[in-house]
Write a protein that binds this ligand. Structure first.
Ligand SMILES: C[S@@+](CC[C@H](N)C(=O)[O-])C[C@H]1O[C@@H](n2cnc3c(N)ncnc32)[C@H](O)[C@@H]1O
Length: 275
């Protein structure tokens, strides 16, 4: 059991006794917990303990179930502290205003986002097909001065992305389209040096779109949740999937991003678009 939730259960004098609680996500000043089979009184005590333990947290929300639907949203209920779902999260030298009930946001991807920003050259044109509130796109513009086109289907997330562009002073470098990424080839004839596909639950529906939007010799970053006991098994599964989806001449590498559940791994592939 993760350290933070163990400490909160101890402080609240609530015994876990196999009722299985998983981690705490801290987004800005909001703590999002996943608790096992506890009574409401016990849940509230755990929330109170978290508020005491974490001086920068003002709100505790409970996530029921997984991250669901086209917009990848959490189902949340209030457990303690102030009653709100909007906060400002800081990572990689940027600030992101987000409504965690209406937009996808995970603090667990900050290292991956920085890794991508560091790989981008200032002269590159980048397309982010599934941009959320901007945590991949904005650091690329802010840290590298590169131009980014962000596409996002969820109108709430697109609105926060625009607000975050202004908050981080990158509105001249980042363009946000509130659109379905599948329509991108109809919307613009531009070609991109680098295309990001941070939609691991459904990326397999879009490789042809990503390849169509990338220039010859460009790079597509494909993220995917795959089953595997370890990184080697997950890499084999990812390679099998991609071999059936991209042209034979497209070379790609695979690496592990993080664990996302028992036997589930988030993997990243870098696909080099053939000349
Ligand atoms: C897993 S989230 C990642 C968001 C962001 N890149 C991040 O790291 O926070 C995927 C995002 O893609 C959006 N999305 C889902 N289907 C889409 C589509 N067909 N076109 C554009 N955006 C889509 C969702 O609303 C969600 O915000």
């Amino acid at each position: 059991m993760p350290r933070l939730i163990r400490a909160a259960l101890e402080r609240a004098q609530v015994e876990d006794a196999g009722r299985v609680s998983s981690g705490v996500d801290i987004v800005g000043d909001i703590a999002i917990v996943r608790l096992g089979d506890f009574s409401m009184a016990e849940r509230k005590r755990v929330a109170g303990a978290l508020l005491e333990e974490l001086s920068n947290v003002r709100v505790v929300l409970e996530q029921e179930g997984g991250i669901e639907g086209e917009y990848r949203l959490r189902s949340l209920r209030h457990l303690g502290g102030e009653k709100r779902t909007v906060t400002v999260h800081r990572e990689n030298g940027c600030a992101f205003r987000v409504d965690v009930a209406k937009c996808y946001f995970s603090p667990r991807l900050s290292t991956e986002r920085l890794r991508i920003a560091e790989a981008v050259k200032p002269s590159e044109r980048v397309l982010n097909m599934f941009a959320g509130v901007g945590p991949f796109s904005i650091p690329i513009a802010k840290l590298k001065g590169a131009k980014v086109l962000s596409c996002e289907l969820n109108g709430h997330a697109a609105k926060y992305h625009l607000e975050n562009d202004r908050l981080n002073r990158v509105e001249r470098l980042v363009e946000v389209l509130n659109a379905d990424a599948a329509d991108l080839p109809k919307i613009t004839k531009r070609k991109f040096d680098r295309v990001l596909m941070p939609l691991p639950s459904e990326a397999d529906r879009y490789p042809h779109t990503a390849l169509a939007m990338a220039r010859k010799g460009g790079i597509v970053h494909y993220y995917r949740h795959v089953l595997g006991e370890d990184e080697r098994e997950a890499a084999v599964a990812l390679r099998e999937e991609l071999s059936a989806l991209v042209p034979k001449r497209a070379k790609f590498t695979a690496r592990r991003v993080r664990e996302v559940g028992p036997r589930w791994v988030e993997m990243a592939a870098e696909i080099r678009v053939p000349d």
